[in-house]
Design a protein around this ligand. Structure first.
Ligand code: ARG
Length: 267
């Protein structure tokens, strides 16, 4: 995670961002601290990336890149506004001994925001921020089997706004965010789907962080909470309103480091 010292809405690169909307810096700090404490309470160990001036979206570390064991594949950001973040992420991973492997510079891919492991497969979204062409390179670099899902709604511009793996069998999903083929890909991959409706989807319910059996959510309508609890999860809501102004919620504010992707050909 990266603290929101320099967070703000200073440009508009997704439909949620409006430069005239001011961020309350104190509230953002409080919400971020509360999210961090909640994740720690659930059993996570949180590493902190130093904030950097003029990079208001550096808080959204999900977009740093793809982590695979001790390998780090940095993002190739679609928008120039975010490209200055890359050296900060790379330095952090290099200092910790990760091997850094680069995607070619002519493709776009926005890291864990658009690539989430489920079982032995890496599910990756494309269209608004990542190119379909990046998936083959990602697979070649990581050795993982990558399945592609085309995103269909600009408001749900990253895969992590529509897909939240819960355990080996289940995922919280927002099929409205995918094209017809993408829906079929997910249905074939995930045995049990917890399907979000439009309001739940646009409240970023899928942008949740799962730590052991705790699901940390930006908001949780009662029907979603009941379903998660019936599956044995504890739900904790962390208000991250200030970050919603930039089009991001709980999961966007984190990057899982304990990820090892399955090898190609595994099931
Ligand atoms: N303002 C950021 C952007 O538009 C938000 C990133 C949200 N991250 C995510 N993983 N969905 O790039």
């Amino acid at each position: 995670m990266c603290p929101p010292e320099h967070f703000g809405v200073l440009y508009e690169i997704n439909p949620w961002m409006h430069r005239e909307v001011l961020v309350d810096a104190d509230a953002a700090r409080q919400q971020w601290e509360n999210l961090k404490a909640t994740l720690e309470q659930a059993g996570a160990h949180v590493e902190v990336l130093p904030p950097a001036r003029d990079l208001p979206d550096l808080v959204f570390t999900a977009n740093a890149g793809v982590v695979n064991g001790s390998q780090f594949v940095p993002s190739r950001f679609m928008h120039p506004e975010r490209r200055g973040e890359v050296p900060h992420y790379v330095a952090w991973f290099e200092e910790r001994g990760f091997t850094v492997d680069w995607l070619p510079d002519h493709v776009h891919h926005e890291g864990a925001g658009d690539a989430l492991p489920f079982g032995s497969v890496l599910l990756s979204g494309y269209r608004f921020r990542s190119d379909a062409a990046s998936h083959a390179y990602l697979s070649r670099l990581t050795g993982a089997a990558v399945r592609s899902v085309e995103l269909a709604d600009e408001r749900l511009y990253h895969l992590d706004l529509t897909f939240c793996p819960l355990d080996e069998r289940r995922a919280m999903v927002a099929p409205e965010g995918w094209d017809r083929y993408g829906r079929r890909v997910v249905e074939a991959l995930v045995p049990e789907l917890l399907v979000l409706d439009t309001d739940q989807t646009l409240a970023f319910c899928a942008n949740s962080v799962v730590v052991n059996s705790t699901v940390v959510m930006p908001s949780c309508p009662p029907p979603v909470g009941r379903q998660l609890e019936a599956c044995g999860f504890d739900v904790v809501v962390c208000n991250v309103d200030e970050f919603l102004k930039a089009g991001g919620a709980c999961r966007c504010l984190t990057l899982a480091l304990d990820v090892t992707l399955g090898p190609q050909g595994a099931r």
